[in-house]
Write a protein that binds this ligand. Structure first.
Ligand SMILES: *Cc1c(COP(=O)(O)O)cnc(C)c1O
Length: 373
């Protein structure tokens, strides 16, 4: 299976010299694995978050999986998360041997409903895995209260929320540890795969470093507990280092695209019709995906095909209904809001270098289709 990711090509045109010089720097450094660039990126990504620790890994899924393991999650444990997420969130939980437990999301922001979390806690619950989906943070204060009451760890899934803030705090600084993906389309994207776990805890960071390196304590090259080979690639780290300096500019550009959608479509919104993404009070949004909602979604998508507009659905199938998770015993209707959203949401083109012309074409086409419904 191949996945075409073309949105980076515009950016590559603009940043080519910098990206190629990053590759050249690593190739001529004599250190192709866990060298200066991984160390540098880890230090700078930790500093961006005002945290002391960051461990680079090979992708976001392993950031989540090793992050959970570093927090002590393993077979027999339960981890509470959402079904309205990218499947890798749940694949990572399953990869630790723990059982994913799903909580429904809120109508207004598509994020975990903190009010439903406590009812899902059992004696086996070990951790909460909130997903800052689409680019804004989950309401963290009530989750932290539940975690404290029940002695649970919190791992934030920040794969879609680089640089997002809640009451001034960055995504990734509000739990015990946070997992990031640097898949090329993400708000901070590599030119291939990459991931990282940031944390304030020296113990969690040490556990991460062992887990990504076969389970070895590096000083003695002795396996403490069999781990993985899940290192962040040196070339990707150097590219990420350079792109990190532009992260805030990417976020500003994504926000400008979002404002233009609001200007171009705002007058068409209303209950039972088109809904544009809302930003919760106290949050800043980084718009990883620009998710809109309409009860006649499938009809709209069909009509837009004639206009050659690239639309996505993030995500068309809730994870709890996927055949790979059938053993969890869920039935349709278990998570009504998640299931309804999967039928009604779609996303408009969103990336920092999206041209005005493409965006105008999208807005015009959507206006035309909605008027003809
Ligand atoms: C992209 C993504 C992941 C997985 O990251 P990879 O780098 O592709 O492994 C996990 N969780 C969420 C919410 C994501 O969007």
């Amino acid at each position: 299976m191949t996945t075409r990711v073309w949105s980076y090509l515009h950016e590559y045109e603009q940043e080519k010299d910098d990206i190629l010089s990053a590759v050249e720097q690593v190739f001529s450094s004599g250190q192709l694995v866990l060298g200066e660039s991984v160390r540098g990126f880890e230090a700078e990504f930790a500093a961006y978050h005002g945290l002391p620790h960051c461990a680079g890994v090979d992708n976001g899924t392993n950031a989540l999986k090793l992050g959970l393991q570093a927090l002590g999650v393993g077979p027999g444990d339960e981890v509470i998360t959402v079904s309205n997420t990218a499947a890798p969130t749940v694949v990572a939980i399953a990869g630790t041997g723990a059982t994913p437990v799903f909580v429904d999301v809120r109508e207004e922001d598509f994020l975990i409903d903190p009010g439903q979390v406590e009812a899902a806690v059992t004696p086996r619950t070990k951790a909460l895995l909130p997903v800052h989906l689409y680019g804004q943070c989950v309401d963290m204060a009530p989750l932290r209260a539940v975690a404290e009451r029940h002695g649970l760890a919190i791992l934030e899934d920040c794969a879609q929320a680089h640089g997002a803030r809640q009451h001034g705090k960055l995504a990734g600084t509000m739990g015990d540890a946070a997992a990031f993906s640097f898949y090329p389309t993400k708000v901070l994207g590599a030119y291939g795969d990459g991931g990282a776990v940031v944390t304030a805890s020296a113990d969690t960071d040490e556990a991460m470093r062992q887990l990504r390196y076969y389970g070895m304590a590096k000083v003695y090259y002795v396996v403490r507990s069999p781990g993985h080979n899940a290192r962040l690639d040196e070339v990707q780290a150097e590219i990420l280092r350079r792109k990190l300096r532009r992260l805030d500019a990417y976020i500003a550009a994504r926000n400008a695209v979002a404002r233009r959608y609001e200007e171009g479509l705002g007058d068409l919104t209303g209950p039972g019709g088109l809904l544009l993404p809302a930003t919760n009070p106290g949050n800043t949004h980084v718009y990883y995906v620009y998710v809109v909602r309409h009860p006649l979604r499938d009809k709209i998508i069909e009509a837009l095909k004639r206009h050659d507009i690239a639309l996505n659905i993030s995500y068309p199938w809730p994870v709890h209904t996927m055949s790979g998770f059938r053993h969890l015993g869920h039935r349709e209707g278990d998570l009504p809001t998640t299931e309804r959203l999967a039928r009604e949401i779609f996303s408009l083109p969103m990336y920092p270098s999206l041209s005005r012309a493409t965006q105008d074409r999208t807005i015009e086409a959507l206006r035309e289709v909605l008027a003809a419904l």
